[in-house]
Write a protein of this length. Sequence first.
Length: 171
Amino acid sequence: MDLVAVVLRVIHIVCGVYWAGTLFFVATFLQPAVSAAGPEGGKVMQALMRRRYLDVMPAVAILTILSGLDLYRRASGNFSADWIGSRHGVILTIGSLAAIVAFVIGVLLMRPAARRVGPLVQGAQELPEGPDRDARLAEAAALRRRTAMSGRWVAGLLVVAVIGMAVARYV
């Protein structure tokens, strides 16, 4: 028994389930509910930020990807082109690339936009009614839309990754 492979597999599966499951929940239930709640929804998002949601999720994703890459390397015989070109290899490659693209979208689009919303709204609330306040609130609304859209993309790509990992051994 290869203990390192077992540990990598446990890390990959546990972190992958956490990453994908959390993003599915956020994209399909939490984000729409927070948006529907209006200003009260902002309190929920602030509570998530205090619990370091935007720091934990990238760390979990990195653990998923790094453990997956080493498992992929092991399964492919150090990235053998023949294995990668097999049906099994192609499906795992597509799933792996979907997860990596999801991570990039999450880190480069979703996370920065989500980080900026809270301070913008808080700053807008401190301003008197007028164009400056309206401009900040409009910018926050645009960032919320970007966060929601990128969250849907990340969740969709993670669906592709999960399906790939689930079916690859059966093709």
